[in-house]
Design a protein around this ligand. Structure first.
Ligand SMILES: *[C@@H]1O[C@H](CO)[C@@H](O)[C@H](O)[C@H]1NC(C)=O
Ligand SMILES: *[C@@H]1O[C@H](CO)[C@@H](O)[C@H](O)[C@H]1NC(C)=O
Length: 199
């Protein structure tokens, strides 16, 4: 899947971090879909925690200072815009509706995209499998309906050789993009858990 390279400017970082603060004002008509379970809020938090921790694992990125690298975001989905809270004001535009179904579909596509990418990574020291992939799987299995991707490269087969510099560099950038996306997903799941979107 094509990934577009995006460098983290302070302005972008501000937008990403400021969106949870976007003003959510008085509510509008009722929606049919119910709130997200409390456990999903926790699964999403664990995932973010585990990704953030993985980004500090120097063994995953040997020879690379991951902090200095750009961020590669999955551009196949429209999660950030489709999932903007109702009545939120982001960049001066008021979002009048929240389409839960299309928001969930976009999140699910993101999760599948990253699951496939991460499951195919070399992980000889098990720095991804038991942490990031594990919590990603928990979130997908318990909170989303689509089944897990099948036919992935087995970890045993992939662990036979050391990773190349380019593979580590790509992992760094994609994992940073995943972190940004999971910050958004955490905000959206908390919003759907609050029930605010159904009012
Ligand atoms: C993932 O994050 C959760 C929540 O912070 C933590 O409890 C758990 O131990 C982490 N998982 C691993 C394998 O590090
Ligand atoms: C990586 O780069 C960051 C930002 O430039 C710097 O603060 C940090 O010390 C560097 N880390 C290493 C291990 O060189």
């Amino acid at each position: 899947m094509p990934l577009v390279k995006l460098y983290f400017s302070p302005a972008l970082l501000f937008l990403v971090l400021a969106c949870p603060l976007c003003q959510v004002s008085q509510s509008l008509p009722v929606m049919s879909t119910g709130p997200m379970a409390d456990s999903c809020v926790l699964y999403a938090q664990s995932l973010l925690h585990n990704i953030t921790k993985a980004l500090t694992q120097e063994n995953l990125f040997s020879g690379i200072n991951c902090t200095k690298q750009g961020v590669k975001v999955n551009m196949e989905t429209k999660t950030a815009s489709v999932c903007a809270p109702k009545q939120s004001v982001c960049s001066g535009v008021i979002n009048s509706e929240f389409d839960q179904e299309s928001c969930l579909t976009n999140i699910e596509e993101d999760l599948h995209h990253y699951y496939k990418f991460l499951a195919a990574q070399l992980d000889p020291d098990s720095l991804l499998g038991p942490t990031v992939l594990f919590s990603l799987r928990e979130l997908m299995e318990n909170c989303f309906t689509r089944s897990l991707p099948t036919g992935l490269v087995s970890e045993e087969a992939a662990a036979d050789r050391p990773s190349t510099y380019d593979e580590r560099l790509s992992l760094c950038k994609v994992l940073k993009g995943f972190q940004v996306r999971v910050i958004t997903i955490n905000r959206v799941i908390a919003y759907m858990n609050s029930g605010e979107h159904t009012k």
